[in-house]
Design a protein around this ligand. Structure first.
Ligand code: NAD
Ligand code: MG
Length: 334
């Protein structure tokens, strides 16, 4: 099983970047040629077999967990994502940029030509260091700003620091979140509930308020929402409602900011293989068969959403605002 997974992963790595590059190259061939990334897509890839499938090993880490300690390690596009200059000169802040979807977005943004600031918790320094090295290896500026988003004063400092170190800001990705499953509402403490609301709802509010004065027309705000917004699980009472709120704020703010030329969109993942799931987000029972219930029968990898974060930030998506783009292995939401 493990060996099968490794094999299908290896088979796939060369191809995904190539097909992404070609998809992006058609309208931007001059830029792509300049970036030296116009590799042809040479083969079709079967989405069912390209990444690991359940059963997975039972595994648990203390919150917030590290991608580097997961088995199998998630694929954030480290070896596969190829840019084509789609975000050249842009300046992005990504929360939760150390691992999971945030890391996949950070790698892709840097390879598309953006300078990137990432926020994460101090306990995630090991993951964050790898991301900083990957951004630098892409020839872009990397800014690491650890700190706890549940603190309003820190959220403001985070934006100020990102603006100062990047020399401006035009992409804000509110991606960090807390997910701790509880079988019963009776086990969910007020402290739990409060921490989930602070991380998932208050922090984007504080960050967007601090960032807005810096955002010029053409800037982009992206929120990571979830299939949970529309189809909540029984054991995610608090988390699921924050994702409904995220989808909702994306739509409200898009209307509010359209006249200013600032677009606001959401990304809605299905089950994705990230530290959030192995550090209290899922039960062990669910983790072992993680992704099995999707029509594809496997979880997604963070890299499979990277191009969505790029697309929503890029100039050529200029008519897309108030939208939620999903990637759920066939779940069909949102
Ligand atoms: P992840 O664990 O890699 O990322 C979550 C990040 O949130 C952490 O890396 C951490 O840096 C950050 N974070 C949490 N609490 C914080 C705090 N108090 N202060 C600062 N940072 C904090 O997991 P992921 O799955 O990539 O999560 C990214 C986003 O994807 C989240 O919004 C999550 O809700 C969403 N999502 C995940 C899945 C999935 O199956 N993994 C499905 C749907 C949506
Ligand atoms: Mg992390």
């Amino acid at each position: 099983m493990q060996e099968e997974n490794k094999l299908s992963r290896r088979q796939v790595i060369g191809g995904i970047g190539a097909s992404l590059a070609v998809a992006a190259v058609t309208p931007l061939s001059a830029v792509a040629a300049e970036a030296g990334s116009a590799a042809p897509a040479d083969k079709l890839e079967n989405p069912n077999t390209k990444y690991p499938r359940p059963p997975f090993k039972s595994q648990s880490q203390p919150w917030p967990g590290l991608a580097g300690q997961m088995d199998p390690k998630p694929d954030h596009g480290e070896k596969s994502y190829k840019g084509s200059g789609r975000l050249k000169g842009r300046k992005a802040l990504i929360t939760g940029g150390d691992s999971g979807m945030g890391r996949a977005a950070a790698i892709a943004y840097a390879r598309e030509g953006a300078d990137v600031a990432i926020n994460y918790l101090p306990a995630e320094e090991a993951d964050a260091k790898e991301v900083v090295a990957l951004i630098k290896a892409a020839g872009q500026k990397a800014v690491a700003i650890p700190g706890d988003l549940r603190d309003e004063a820190f959220c403001k400092r985070l934006v100020d620091e990102a603006v100062k170190q990047l020399g401006g800001l035009d992409i804000v990705v509110n991606n960090a979140a807390r997910q701790q499953q509880r079988q019963s509402i009776l086990e969910l403490t007020t402290e739990d509930f409060d921490a989930t609301m602070k991380t998932n709802i208050y922090a984007p509010f504080w960050i967007i308020k601090a960032a807005l004065p810096h955002l010029q027309p053409g800037s982009s705000i992206i929120g990571t929402t979830s299939e949970q917004a529309m189809d909540p699980s029984a054991n995610l009472y608090d988390y699921a409602q924050t994702k409904a709120a995220t989808t909702n704020y994306v739509r409200s703010l898009a209307k509010q900011l359209a006249p200013k030329g600032i677009r606001v969109n959401g990304v809605a993942p299905g089950p994705i293989w990230t530290p959030l799931q192995v550090s209290g987000g899922s039960t062990q029972e669910n983790l072992v068969k993680f992704g099995e219930k999707t029509p594809m029968g496997r979880p997604g990898q963070p890299v499979e959403l990277a191009s969505i974060y790029v697309q929503l930030a890029a100039n050529d998506a200029s008519y897309a605002t108030g939208q939620v783009y999903g990637a759920m292995g066939g779940g069909g939401q949102p």
